[in-house]
Design a protein around this ligand. Sequence first.
Ligand code: NAD
Ligand code: UDP
Length: 309
Amino acid sequence: MRTLVTGGAGFLGSHLCEKLVDAGHDVLCLDNYFTGSKDNVAHLLDRTNFELLRHDITQPILLEVDRIHHLACPASPVHYQHNPVKTVKTSVMGTIHMLGLAKRVKARMLLASTSEVYGDPQQHPQTEEYWGNVNPIGLRACYDEGKRVAETLCFDYHRQNGVDIRVVRIFNTYGPRMHPNDGRVVSNFIVQALDGEDITVYGDGSQTRSFCYVDDLVRGLLAMMDQDDHPGPVNLGNPVEFTIRELAEKIIEKTGSTSRIRFEPLPSDDPVRRQPDITRARRTCGWEPVVELDEGLDRTIAWFRRLQR
Ligand code: NAD
Ligand code: UDP
Protein backbone atom coordinates (compact mmCIF):
# COMPACT_ATOMS: atom_id res chain seq x y z
CA MET A 1 0.00 0.00 0.00
CA ARG A 2 1.50 3.34 -1.10
CA THR A 3 0.22 5.97 1.31
CA LEU A 4 0.65 9.72 1.04
CA VAL A 5 0.44 11.81 4.21
CA THR A 6 0.15 15.54 3.52
CA GLY A 7 1.23 17.58 6.54
CA GLY A 8 3.16 14.46 7.58
CA ALA A 9 5.90 16.42 9.35
CA GLY A 10 3.38 18.10 11.67
CA PHE A 11 2.08 17.05 15.07
CA LEU A 12 -0.64 14.58 14.06
CA GLY A 13 0.95 13.71 10.71
CA SER A 14 4.23 12.57 12.24
CA HIS A 15 2.46 10.18 14.64
CA LEU A 16 0.37 8.89 11.74
CA CYS A 17 3.47 8.34 9.55
CA GLU A 18 5.05 6.38 12.38
CA LYS A 19 2.07 4.01 12.67
CA LEU A 20 1.82 3.57 8.88
CA VAL A 21 5.56 2.82 8.55
CA ASP A 22 5.29 0.26 11.36
CA ALA A 23 2.29 -1.33 9.60
CA GLY A 24 4.39 -1.80 6.46
CA HIS A 25 2.94 0.91 4.19
CA ASP A 26 5.18 2.67 1.69
CA VAL A 27 4.81 6.10 3.24
CA LEU A 28 5.34 9.32 1.35
CA CYS A 29 5.37 12.24 3.79
CA LEU A 30 4.72 15.59 2.10
CA ASP A 31 5.14 18.91 3.91
CA ASN A 32 6.21 22.51 3.32
CA TYR A 33 7.50 22.79 6.94
CA PHE A 34 5.36 25.84 7.74
CA THR A 35 4.42 24.50 11.16
CA GLY A 36 5.92 21.02 10.94
CA SER A 37 9.59 20.08 10.96
CA LYS A 38 11.98 17.38 9.81
CA ASP A 39 12.78 16.73 13.48
CA ASN A 40 9.30 15.26 13.93
CA VAL A 41 10.05 12.49 11.45
CA ALA A 42 13.86 12.28 11.79
CA HIS A 43 13.53 8.90 13.50
CA LEU A 44 11.79 7.51 10.37
CA LEU A 45 14.35 8.67 7.80
CA ASP A 46 16.38 5.48 7.84
CA ARG A 47 13.34 3.27 7.32
CA THR A 48 13.26 1.97 3.76
CA ASN A 49 9.47 2.37 3.49
CA PHE A 50 9.54 6.07 4.43
CA GLU A 51 10.19 9.00 2.10
CA LEU A 52 10.09 12.73 2.78
CA LEU A 53 9.08 15.29 0.19
CA ARG A 54 9.14 19.10 0.53
CA HIS A 55 6.17 20.46 -1.36
CA ASP A 56 3.49 23.10 -0.90
CA ILE A 57 0.04 21.68 -1.66
CA THR A 58 -1.22 24.98 -3.02
CA GLN A 59 0.73 23.78 -6.08
CA PRO A 60 -0.41 20.65 -7.93
CA ILE A 61 1.70 17.49 -7.82
CA LEU A 62 1.76 14.23 -9.78
CA LEU A 63 2.27 11.09 -7.69
CA GLU A 64 1.25 7.43 -7.80
CA VAL A 65 -0.39 6.40 -4.52
CA ASP A 66 -3.20 4.18 -3.25
CA ARG A 67 -4.25 6.24 -0.26
CA ILE A 68 -4.05 9.86 0.82
CA HIS A 69 -4.29 11.07 4.41
CA HIS A 70 -4.77 14.78 3.77
CA LEU A 71 -3.70 16.66 6.90
CA ALA A 72 -1.72 19.62 5.52
CA CYS A 73 -3.06 22.85 7.05
CA PRO A 74 -1.92 24.94 10.01
CA ALA A 75 -4.15 24.01 12.94
CA SER A 76 -3.55 26.40 15.81
CA PRO A 77 -5.23 29.84 15.78
CA VAL A 78 -1.84 31.60 16.08
CA HIS A 79 -0.51 29.75 13.03
CA TYR A 80 -3.59 29.84 10.82
CA GLN A 81 -4.17 33.54 11.53
CA HIS A 82 -0.53 34.38 10.72
CA ASN A 83 -1.35 34.39 6.99
CA PRO A 84 -5.11 33.87 6.69
CA VAL A 85 -5.19 34.11 2.89
CA LYS A 86 -2.60 31.35 2.68
CA THR A 87 -4.68 29.28 5.12
CA VAL A 88 -7.69 29.52 2.81
CA LYS A 89 -5.50 28.66 -0.19
CA THR A 90 -4.09 25.64 1.63
CA SER A 91 -7.54 24.32 2.51
CA VAL A 92 -9.25 25.09 -0.77
CA MET A 93 -6.57 24.80 -3.49
CA GLY A 94 -4.66 22.16 -1.55
CA THR A 95 -7.76 19.99 -1.18
CA ILE A 96 -8.65 20.44 -4.87
CA HIS A 97 -5.15 19.27 -5.79
CA MET A 98 -5.35 16.24 -3.52
CA LEU A 99 -8.84 15.32 -4.74
CA GLY A 100 -7.65 15.74 -8.34
CA LEU A 101 -4.78 13.39 -7.56
CA ALA A 102 -7.15 10.91 -5.88
CA LYS A 103 -9.43 11.03 -8.89
CA ARG A 104 -6.62 10.42 -11.38
CA VAL A 105 -5.01 7.50 -9.57
CA LYS A 106 -8.26 6.19 -7.98
CA ALA A 107 -6.88 6.59 -4.47
CA ARG A 108 -8.99 6.74 -1.31
CA MET A 109 -8.62 10.13 0.37
CA LEU A 110 -9.21 11.02 3.99
CA LEU A 111 -9.65 14.70 4.84
CA ALA A 112 -8.64 15.87 8.31
CA SER A 113 -11.49 18.28 8.93
CA THR A 114 -12.23 19.85 12.27
CA SER A 115 -14.76 20.47 15.01
CA GLU A 116 -14.34 24.13 13.98
CA VAL A 117 -16.84 23.48 11.17
CA TYR A 118 -19.43 23.69 14.00
CA GLY A 119 -18.14 27.18 14.88
CA ASP A 120 -19.54 28.41 18.20
CA PRO A 121 -22.05 25.56 18.42
CA GLN A 122 -25.65 26.05 19.47
CA GLN A 123 -26.17 22.30 19.73
CA HIS A 124 -24.42 20.42 22.51
CA PRO A 125 -22.80 17.91 22.25
CA GLN A 126 -22.16 18.20 18.51
CA THR A 127 -23.43 15.46 16.22
CA GLU A 128 -22.45 15.22 12.57
CA GLU A 129 -25.96 16.30 11.52
CA TYR A 130 -25.45 19.74 13.06
CA TRP A 131 -24.67 22.36 10.39
CA GLY A 132 -22.76 24.69 12.65
CA ASN A 133 -22.66 28.34 13.61
CA VAL A 134 -19.67 29.94 11.91
CA ASN A 135 -18.95 33.65 11.48
CA PRO A 136 -17.94 33.79 7.80
CA ILE A 137 -15.99 37.04 8.13
CA GLY A 138 -14.38 36.60 11.54
CA LEU A 139 -10.73 35.93 12.43
CA ARG A 140 -11.29 32.18 12.61
CA ALA A 141 -13.11 32.01 9.27
CA CYS A 142 -9.98 31.40 7.18
CA TYR A 143 -9.68 28.07 8.99
CA ASP A 144 -13.34 27.21 9.71
CA GLU A 145 -14.72 28.18 6.32
CA GLY A 146 -11.63 26.80 4.58
CA LYS A 147 -12.33 23.40 6.12
CA ARG A 148 -16.04 23.66 5.36
CA VAL A 149 -15.20 24.22 1.66
CA ALA A 150 -12.70 21.35 1.85
CA GLU A 151 -15.55 19.10 3.07
CA THR A 152 -17.83 20.41 0.31
CA LEU A 153 -15.14 19.62 -2.26
CA CYS A 154 -14.77 16.07 -0.92
CA PHE A 155 -18.49 15.38 -1.21
CA ASP A 156 -18.75 17.01 -4.65
CA TYR A 157 -15.79 15.01 -6.01
CA HIS A 158 -17.43 11.95 -4.47
CA ARG A 159 -20.85 12.58 -6.07
CA GLN A 160 -19.56 13.97 -9.37
CA ASN A 161 -16.46 11.84 -9.96
CA GLY A 162 -16.89 8.84 -7.68
CA VAL A 163 -13.80 9.70 -5.61
CA ASP A 164 -13.58 7.42 -2.58
CA ILE A 165 -13.54 9.86 0.35
CA ARG A 166 -13.39 9.74 4.13
CA VAL A 167 -14.07 12.90 6.13
CA VAL A 168 -13.23 13.10 9.83
CA ARG A 169 -13.91 16.05 12.10
CA ILE A 170 -11.11 16.15 14.64
CA PHE A 171 -11.73 17.70 18.06
CA ASN A 172 -8.93 19.24 20.19
CA THR A 173 -6.06 16.76 20.25
CA TYR A 174 -2.87 17.00 22.29
CA GLY A 175 0.30 15.05 22.95
CA PRO A 176 4.05 14.86 22.34
CA ARG A 177 5.36 16.86 19.33
CA MET A 178 2.86 19.67 19.68
CA HIS A 179 4.74 22.80 18.69
CA PRO A 180 5.80 24.54 21.95
CA ASN A 181 4.93 27.97 20.50
CA ASP A 182 1.77 27.10 18.63
CA GLY A 183 -0.41 28.93 21.15
CA ARG A 184 -2.78 26.00 21.64
CA VAL A 185 -4.05 25.66 25.13
CA VAL A 186 -2.42 22.41 26.22
CA SER A 187 1.06 23.27 24.90
CA ASN A 188 0.82 26.86 26.18
CA PHE A 189 -0.18 25.84 29.69
CA ILE A 190 2.46 23.11 29.96
CA VAL A 191 5.27 25.35 28.69
CA GLN A 192 4.16 28.17 31.01
CA ALA A 193 3.91 25.82 33.99
CA LEU A 194 7.34 24.29 33.38
CA ASP A 195 8.87 27.77 33.03
CA GLY A 196 7.14 29.00 36.19
CA GLU A 197 5.38 31.73 34.20
CA ASP A 198 1.78 32.85 34.62
CA ILE A 199 -0.78 30.54 33.06
CA THR A 200 -2.73 32.66 30.56
CA VAL A 201 -6.41 31.76 30.80
CA TYR A 202 -8.42 33.64 28.19
CA GLY A 203 -11.80 34.94 29.39
CA ASP A 204 -12.94 33.59 32.76
CA GLY A 205 -11.89 30.04 31.84
CA SER A 206 -15.45 28.71 31.92
CA GLN A 207 -15.38 27.83 28.19
CA THR A 208 -15.02 24.10 27.62
CA ARG A 209 -13.09 21.77 25.33
CA SER A 210 -12.82 17.98 25.13
CA PHE A 211 -9.24 16.78 24.79
CA CYS A 212 -8.20 13.68 22.87
CA TYR A 213 -4.78 12.06 23.25
CA VAL A 214 -2.85 11.79 19.97
CA ASP A 215 -2.52 7.96 19.99
CA ASP A 216 -6.29 7.57 20.26
CA LEU A 217 -6.84 10.07 17.47
CA VAL A 218 -4.39 8.40 15.09
CA ARG A 219 -6.05 5.04 15.76
CA GLY A 220 -9.32 6.71 14.74
CA LEU A 221 -7.84 8.06 11.48
CA LEU A 222 -6.60 4.58 10.57
CA ALA A 223 -9.90 2.91 11.52
CA MET A 224 -11.87 5.37 9.43
CA MET A 225 -9.54 4.98 6.45
CA ASP A 226 -9.66 1.17 6.67
CA GLN A 227 -13.45 0.76 6.74
CA ASP A 228 -15.17 0.41 3.36
CA ASP A 229 -18.72 1.58 4.02
CA HIS A 230 -18.95 5.15 5.29
CA PRO A 231 -17.52 8.34 3.69
CA GLY A 232 -18.29 10.34 6.84
CA PRO A 233 -18.28 12.92 8.16
CA VAL A 234 -17.37 11.29 11.44
CA ASN A 235 -16.43 13.09 14.66
CA LEU A 236 -13.17 11.96 16.27
CA GLY A 237 -12.50 13.26 19.75
CA ASN A 238 -12.70 12.45 23.42
CA PRO A 239 -16.19 13.26 24.74
CA VAL A 240 -15.06 14.06 28.29
CA GLU A 241 -15.47 17.81 28.63
CA PHE A 242 -13.37 20.15 30.82
CA THR A 243 -13.38 23.88 31.43
CA ILE A 244 -10.19 25.69 30.49
CA ARG A 245 -9.80 26.72 34.11
CA GLU A 246 -9.94 23.06 35.20
CA LEU A 247 -7.26 22.27 32.63
CA ALA A 248 -5.03 25.06 33.97
CA GLU A 249 -5.42 23.82 37.56
CA LYS A 250 -4.69 20.24 36.54
CA ILE A 251 -1.50 21.22 34.71
CA ILE A 252 -0.27 23.37 37.62
CA GLU A 253 -0.84 20.44 39.97
CA LYS A 254 0.75 17.84 37.70
CA THR A 255 3.88 19.88 37.00
CA GLY A 256 4.19 20.95 40.66
CA SER A 257 4.57 24.46 39.28
CA THR A 258 4.58 27.73 41.21
CA SER A 259 2.75 29.40 38.30
CA ARG A 260 -0.38 31.40 38.95
CA ILE A 261 -3.38 31.82 36.72
CA ARG A 262 -3.58 35.18 34.90
CA PHE A 263 -6.83 36.04 33.14
CA GLU A 264 -6.56 37.66 29.70
CA PRO A 265 -9.19 38.84 27.20
CA LEU A 266 -11.05 36.14 25.30
CA PRO A 267 -10.17 36.13 21.57
CA SER A 268 -13.07 36.97 19.24
CA ASP A 269 -15.39 34.14 18.15
CA ASP A 270 -13.86 31.76 20.72
CA PRO A 271 -16.37 28.88 21.00
CA VAL A 272 -18.06 28.67 24.41
CA ARG A 273 -18.57 24.91 24.56
CA ARG A 274 -17.31 21.97 22.57
CA GLN A 275 -17.90 18.26 23.01
CA PRO A 276 -18.09 15.56 20.34
CA ASP A 277 -20.91 13.06 20.08
CA ILE A 278 -18.95 10.00 18.90
CA THR A 279 -21.86 7.60 18.39
CA ARG A 280 -21.18 7.50 14.66
CA ALA A 281 -17.46 6.73 15.09
CA ARG A 282 -18.34 3.91 17.48
CA ARG A 283 -20.83 2.48 14.95
CA THR A 284 -18.88 2.89 11.72
CA CYS A 285 -15.45 1.81 12.84
CA GLY A 286 -15.76 0.59 16.42
CA TRP A 287 -13.57 3.48 17.56
CA GLU A 288 -13.49 5.21 20.90
CA PRO A 289 -10.72 6.90 22.84
CA VAL A 290 -9.17 5.07 25.81
CA VAL A 291 -6.52 7.45 27.17
CA GLU A 292 -7.86 9.64 29.97
CA LEU A 293 -6.78 13.26 30.27
CA ASP A 294 -4.71 12.58 33.40
CA GLU A 295 -2.64 9.90 31.71
CA GLY A 296 -2.33 11.79 28.43
CA LEU A 297 -1.20 14.94 30.24
CA ASP A 298 1.43 12.98 32.20
CA ARG A 299 2.90 11.65 28.95
CA THR A 300 2.76 15.07 27.29
CA ILE A 301 4.34 16.87 30.25
CA ALA A 302 7.14 14.26 30.32
CA TRP A 303 7.81 14.94 26.63
CA PHE A 304 7.91 18.73 27.11
CA ARG A 305 10.29 18.30 30.08
CA ARG A 306 12.68 16.31 27.86
CA LEU A 307 12.37 18.94 25.13
CA GLN A 308 13.40 21.71 27.51
CA ARG A 309 16.48 19.91 28.80
P1 NAD B 1 0.32 20.97 12.50
O1 NAD B 1 0.39 22.43 12.26
O2 NAD B 1 1.31 20.38 13.45
O3 NAD B 1 0.46 20.17 11.14
C1 NAD B 1 0.09 20.68 9.89
C2 NAD B 1 1.18 20.29 8.91
O4 NAD B 1 0.82 20.76 7.59
C3 NAD B 1 2.52 20.95 9.23
O5 NAD B 1 3.57 20.01 9.17
C4 NAD B 1 2.68 22.04 8.16
O6 NAD B 1 4.03 22.35 7.87
C5 NAD B 1 1.93 21.40 7.00
N1 NAD B 1 1.43 22.38 6.02
C6 NAD B 1 0.73 23.50 6.29
N2 NAD B 1 0.44 24.14 5.14
C7 NAD B 1 0.95 23.38 4.13
C8 NAD B 1 1.00 23.52 2.71
N3 NAD B 1 0.44 24.57 2.10
N4 NAD B 1 1.63 22.56 2.00
C9 NAD B 1 2.21 21.50 2.61
N5 NAD B 1 2.20 21.33 3.94
C10 NAD B 1 1.58 22.26 4.69
O7 NAD B 1 -1.15 20.65 12.96
P2 NAD B 1 -1.82 19.28 13.44
O8 NAD B 1 -2.37 19.51 14.77
O9 NAD B 1 -0.90 18.15 13.22
O10 NAD B 1 -3.05 19.21 12.42
C11 NAD B 1 -3.06 18.33 11.30
C12 NAD B 1 -4.41 18.39 10.63
O11 NAD B 1 -5.43 18.00 11.53
C13 NAD B 1 -4.78 19.80 10.12
O12 NAD B 1 -5.41 19.67 8.88
C14 NAD B 1 -5.75 20.28 11.16
O13 NAD B 1 -6.67 21.19 10.61
C15 NAD B 1 -6.43 19.00 11.61
N6 NAD B 1 -6.95 19.14 12.97
C16 NAD B 1 -6.11 19.08 14.05
C17 NAD B 1 -6.65 19.26 15.33
C18 NAD B 1 -5.79 19.18 16.58
O14 NAD B 1 -6.31 19.36 17.67
N7 NAD B 1 -4.51 18.91 16.50
C19 NAD B 1 -8.02 19.48 15.50
C20 NAD B 1 -8.81 19.56 14.37
C21 NAD B 1 -8.27 19.36 13.12
N1 UDP C 1 -6.79 29.34 25.67
C1 UDP C 1 -6.44 29.92 26.86
N2 UDP C 1 -5.13 30.23 27.07
C2 UDP C 1 -4.16 29.97 26.16
C3 UDP C 1 -4.53 29.36 24.94
C4 UDP C 1 -5.85 29.08 24.73
O1 UDP C 1 -7.28 30.16 27.74
O2 UDP C 1 -2.98 30.26 26.44
C5 UDP C 1 -8.20 28.99 25.44
C6 UDP C 1 -8.78 29.51 24.15
O3 UDP C 1 -9.29 30.82 24.32
C7 UDP C 1 -9.88 28.50 23.88
C8 UDP C 1 -9.31 27.20 24.46
O4 UDP C 1 -8.28 27.59 25.35
O5 UDP C 1 -11.04 28.83 24.61
C9 UDP C 1 -8.74 26.27 23.40
O6 UDP C 1 -7.84 27.01 22.61
P1 UDP C 1 -6.97 26.36 21.44
O7 UDP C 1 -6.33 27.48 20.72
O8 UDP C 1 -6.10 25.30 21.99
O9 UDP C 1 -8.03 25.61 20.52
P2 UDP C 1 -9.42 26.03 19.86
O10 UDP C 1 -9.87 27.36 20.39
O11 UDP C 1 -9.13 26.06 18.41
O12 UDP C 1 -10.34 24.95 20.28
